[in-house]
Design a binder for this molecule. Structure first.
Ligand code: ATP
Length: 328
């Protein structure tokens, strides 16, 4: 798709994540650097349909690198799932003389972007922004590192109260389909057990492991549970089950929830966002489309959006092994 690019639109879509603002800033400043015009689309695809589009200059994005959430707001749009909705969105972009689109979001946003690009022969580049780190083709997504640190700090605090009262805490972290947050915060916070969607540890093994911990003289225990862990039991059911079968334990539950999505991005996420924004604009200048910017082995890469959406980012066997060894 060889097209001359003069004006780029940037937007955030789907669930917000820390680092989205840093990515917006990077896209806007890269445009300024390469003498391209840039506009921001508010509220994702819905804002595109409603022509909620404003010019953005390098100065418009000052002091946003440290902010959580997204200054462009995010939304989910049912209308964009229809051809009529996408046609309206295309008309809006044409009205603003936009030649290419950078979408910061998750796999749903990429699917929408890919369909749009194919239908209207319109250049689209994706930047992966989601705390779940579940996108294929990139070692890290924007917001994941920040979410890990947020969750780990809270779990550390829960550990303080757990050990003061000899309690067992079940802590639920985000991750309906992916255990990256649970596994890594669990290792980082020294959890006794970690339950994730990818592996079924089994309830029996959980009991055995907790019983072993107790007998070995541990004064507190923490079990980190991903929302969609494979035992199929939610965190309250797990706590009930353990309380019934191991009455010696004083069991408590803590659900971390949306706090994991908020907050100022970590330095890692800010730098990653800056690198991804530059790469997105350079891919467009190189006449590329339907690509997602990723980072692999600390190198910036371009991955086909189709693969990013179709494939799964798998948890490495090595990190699973580490978690096993650490819970001995
Ligand atoms: P998160 O990881 O937080 O879920 P996401 O980008 O996957 O982020 P979604 O709600 O799945 O979030 O998708 C965001 C938007 O992308 C949807 O509201 C919709 O407008 C658009 N979209 C998703 N799937 C499609 C599709 N199949 N066709 C057209 N548009 C889509």
């Amino acid at each position: 798709m060889k097209k001359f690019i003069r004006k780029v639109a940037v937007m955030t879509s789907g669930g917000d994540s820390p680092g989205m603002n840093a990515a917006i800033r990077s896209v806007v400043r890269s445009c300024a650097y390469y003498k391209l015009e840039c506009v921001g689309v508010y509220r994702g695809y819905q804002g595109m349909i409603e022509s909620d589009i404003v010019p953005m200059s390098a100065r418009d994005v000052h002091h946003i690198i440290q902010k959580g959430g997204t200054v462009l707001k995010s939304a989910r749009s049912k209308e964009f799932r229809t051809i009529e909705g996408r046609k309206k969105a295309y008309e809006s972009l044409k009205e603003h003389k936009v030649d290419a689109l950078v979408v910061i979001g998750g796999d749903g946003s990429f699917t929408g972007g890919m369909i749009f690009s194919q239908e209207f022969n319109f250049p689209v580049i994706g930047i992966p922004g989601t705390i779940d780190n579940d996108i294929f083709g990139t070692d890290y997504t924007l917001g994941y590192d920040t979410a890990l640190n947020t969750a780990m700090e809270v779990i550390d605090k829960i550990r303080d109260t757990a050990s003061s009262h000899n309690r067992l805490f079940f802590v639920e972290v985000m991750g309906r389909d992916s255990g990256f947050i649970a596994l890594n915060t669990g290792i980082g916070a020294g959890a006794e057990e970690i339950l994730i969607p990818e592996e079924n540890m089994g309830l029996e093994r959980l009991l055995e492991s907790l019983e072993k911990s107790r007998r070995s003289g541990k004064s507190s225990s923490l079990v980190v549970v991903a929302e969609g862990d494979k035992t199929g039991a939610n965190v309250f059911e797990l706590a009930d089950y353990v309380e019934k079968n191991l009455p010696q334990y004083d069991v408590r539950v803590s659900v971390l929830g949306h706090m994991q999505r908020g907050g100022s991005p970590s330095c890692f996420d800010r730098v990653l966002a800056s690198r991804m924004g530059v790469k997105a604009i350079e891919l467009l200048l190189d006449s590329q489309s339907n690509k997602m910017v990723g980072v692999q082995n600390n190198e910036m890469v371009a991955v086909d959006l189709e693969n990013a959406v179709k494939e799964h980012h798998k948890i490495s066997k090595e990190i699973l092994r580490i978690s096993d060894i650490m819970s001995v």
